[in-house]
Design a protein around this ligand. Structure first.
Ligand code: PMP
Length: 362
């Protein structure tokens, strides 16, 4: 049997061991049905139970109010970049975007295909190393919605609090890289979306939590598969949903409940991130990339003094069984993704490796 590496990948990312073990068994036989989860009809009672369980667990974990729909949509978070404006923006309307990185920029670029985009704030000037504050934010007169990215996967910044959108304006959040890593006050949002492949499960499905009145307000003339209404009216089962991905998401959600829910997860994640940030603050060789008040608990970005030494560290870490530490190709350096399922022991192993490397190269 091979030894599993510590996986710091930004996504698809490490999953909880009990989830992987249960999934292994379910691939052969789902709940004693004599049929594996990959082979079940999506309309059969066994998969319907899986889907109902996934939705119920989302509602339980985030205390989702009754006037919100919980939807499972294919196409990744990138499809949400387009579905949000397709449903809620029109040629005569403006949406406000907070630009805190490439993913936020991509979301805004999709919106520009359907209406006007007002840049309410941006951290581009310092290479997205901070989160803009209220004083640096200007809303347009009557935005259709405000869009922001709660955690910026590439840069390693995270909003502590969502931006204070003007009263009555729906707040839309791309929470792909920090969903359910901390408590989520759903009532503050019009819509929250997150690709599953970081904190929720495998690639292939995106969780959307959306207020029902917004779903109803969505444009009527959209292609069927691009309207939120379709997913809401058919319990995410208008067509064949990504059944396996939804199964694993349900297992991850059940694991989150077993861990004590979102508040416990936040404590766990904060503690993990603190171990690494403390090391960066004291290391003679490594330093953090972003402003201290914007540091993400999910993606920790750091560097040595040179790209050559960064590459050498990444190779050293790989040889020690620490994988996925290279920064995003657009920024270089290192990035350690510390999603829910990553154990403390992985962070401790990383810190030990950094110390050894610093001693040898400092
Ligand atoms: N938003 C954020 C914050 C991301 O980190 C990513 C992917 N890393 C995306 C959107 C795009 O997600 P997908 O690949 O599911 O379209």
């Amino acid at each position: 049997m091979t030894t599993r590496a510590w996986n710091f990948s930004s996504g698809p990312a490490t999953l909880p061991e009990p989830v992987l073990r249960r999934t292994q068994a379910a691939v052969w036989d789902l709940d004693g049905s004599g049929i594996g989860v990959l082979e079940h009809s999506h309309r059969g009672r066994e998969f319907m139970a899986v889907l109902a369980r996934a939705e119920a667990l989302v509602r339980q974990l985030a205390a989702v109010p009754a006037d919100y729909d919980v939807l499972f949509v294919p196409g990744g978070a990138s499809l949400q970049f387009a579905m949000v404006p397709m449903n809620f923006l029109g040629p005569a309307a403006t949406a406000d975007y907070c630009l805190t990185g490439v993913w936020a920029d991509k979301a805004a670029a999709e919106a520009r295909r359907f209406g006007a985009v007002h840049v309410a704030c941006s951290s581009a000037a310092d290479g997205y190393a901070h989160i803009p504050d209220a004083a640096a934010t200007r809303w347009s007169d009557a935005p259709a919605y405000v869009h922001f990215t709660s955690n910026n996967t590439i840069y390693g910044t995270q909003w502590r609090q969502p931006p204070a959108a003007p009263a009555g304006v729906p707040l839309v959040c791309d929470a792909s890289s920090d969903i359910f890593s901390r408590p989520l006050d759903v009532a503050r949002y019009g819509l929250v979306y997150a690709g599953a492949q970081k904190n929720l499960g495998p690639a292939g499905v995106t969780l959307v939590i959306v207020r029902k009145d917004l779903v109803a307000r969505g444009h009527a003339d959209l292609p069927t598969m691009l309207a939120y209404r379709t997913y809401a009216e058919h319990q995410s089962m208008y067509n064949t949903p990504p059944t396996f991905a939804i199964y694993v998401v349900a297992e991850v959600l059940a694991w989150l409940v077993e861990q004590g829910g979102l508040a416990a997860m936040a404590t766990h994640n904060r503690a993990k991130a603190a171990i690494l940030y403390d090391e960066l603050d004291r290391s003679p060789l490594f330093r953090g990339v972003v402003r201290a008040d914007a540091r993400s608990d999910m993606n920790v970005t750091f560097r040595t003094p040179s790209p050559a030494l960064d590459a050498q560290f990444i190779a050293t870490a790989e040889a020690a069984g620490l994988r996925g530490l290279a920064g995003h190709r657009s920024v270089g350096g290192m990035r350690a993704s510390l999603y829910n399922a990553l154990p403390v022991a992985a962070v401790e192993a990383l810190v030990a490796c950094m110390r050894g490397f610093a001693a040898a190269h400092g």
